[in-house]
Design a protein around this ligand. Structure first.
Ligand code: DON
Length: 332
């Protein structure tokens, strides 16, 4: 189903000078914050320098604005999930993707086993590990290698450059991956994984270990803001209608059990990752990305959340914001 062309989020980012000034202000304001701590259940993430802080905003025009550590590489982790979901919607259709994966929030942590059990039918959503491993299992291809190529190529097209695997982080997580392997086996018992569970878990683990920068993530987020067309390369990565569905699931589940707090604060779809990355999508305007490793208890970057809230307010991005109409019976 396609939307009428006029049924899209409207408005523009403020002028470039104001955007740059606000990014600088956010960086200066939140740099001193020392709350949160690096994820350590993936051993290689524990020793990433925790002072790293980058902010990048990519507009749907393709213009990019950045401050701080915007070119430092880190692993994409859970921020891969919305993009893989978009690629799966494109490959098998949005209705089939919903039927096979589910789209309702679990209200539980990202690696919850209980979420699968409690659902009754093994369905969660593609933003938590269970639904994301199931989504990866649906990647086209008969072999794990073919599925991996599909995922790596698709995420690279969102970024506009070839993304490479961080071998150290991949091996570190693969060596400590019992929980995800358990989740995949449980999905198997519900017939809710669509490839060999251990092989699907391995492809998912590789997907999470792709190296990106804050700039890459901003361009990827801006592609979701731009009807699926990468605003820098101009490549159509997924159809506009699939972007809408990806953003809907990000709104309800992108920050797991704290998705309500996030939406209340920003009014925008967002997605976090345990390496400290975070994206925020402003449909029709652009994509914001941050990198700052210290996380809160739910596994979301502390500085990332502070920055997204500040910039959503200051740049006028909140999707729920409105102003009183000009007069009785008149539309603004
Ligand atoms: O599967 C995992 O546990 C990690 N590869 C990704 C989790 C993650 O990024 C959760 N994010 N906030």
């Amino acid at each position: 189903m396609t939307s009428h062309p006029s049924c899209v989020s409207t408005g523009h980012l403020p002028d470039p000078a104001r955007v740059c000034a606000l990014l600088d202000e956010a960086h200066a304001r939140f740099t001193p914050d020392r709350t949160g701590r690096n994820a350590d259940y993936i051993p290689a993430l524990a020793h990433v320098p925790d002072h790293r802080f980058g902010i990048c905003l990519a507009g749907v025009s393709g213009a990019c604005y950045g401050v701080g550590d915007t070119e430092v590489g880190f692993t994409i982790q859970s921020i891969s999930k919305p993009f893989v979901f978009g690629l799966i919607c494109q490959a098998i259709g949005e209705d089939e993707a919903r039927r096979l994966l589910g789209v309702n929030s679990t209200g539980l942590p990202f690696n919850s086993v209980v979420a699968v059990e409690r659902s009754g039918d093994g369905l969660t959503n593609p933003m938590v590990n269970a639904g994301a491993i199931a989504a990866t299992s649906l990647a086209p291809g008969e072999t794990a290698e073919a599925k991996w190529r599909f995922v790596q190529d698709g995420l690279s097209r969102f970024a506009g450059r070839a993304l490479r695997l961080d071998e150290e982080v991949y091996r570190s997580e693969a060596g400590a991956n019992r929980r995800n392997a358990g989740i995949a086996s449980l999905l198997h018992s519900y017939q809710r994984i669509y490839f060999d569970p251990l092989e699907a878990t391995d492809v998912y683990t590789r997907q999470c270990a792709l190296e990106v920068t804050a700039r890459d993530l901003a361009v990827m987020a801006a592609t979701l803001a731009n009807g699926g067309v990468n605003p820098v390369t101009r490549e159509a990565v997924i159809d506009a209608v699939h972007c809408q569905h990806v953003l809907a699931v990000m709104v309800t589940a992108g920050l797991y059990e704290s998705s309500g707090d996030w939406l209340y604060a920003t009014g925008l779809p967002g997605k976090s990752g345990v390496s400290g990355g975070m994206i925020t999508v402003s449909p029709g305007k652009g994509g914001l990305a941050t990198f700052a490793p210290p996380l809160d208890d739910a596994g979301n970057s502390v500085k990332g959340q502070l920055t997204a809230r500040f910039l959503s307010e200051q740049l006028g991005l909140n999707l729920f914001a409105s102003q009183p109409a000009a007069g009785p019976g008149e539309d603004p």
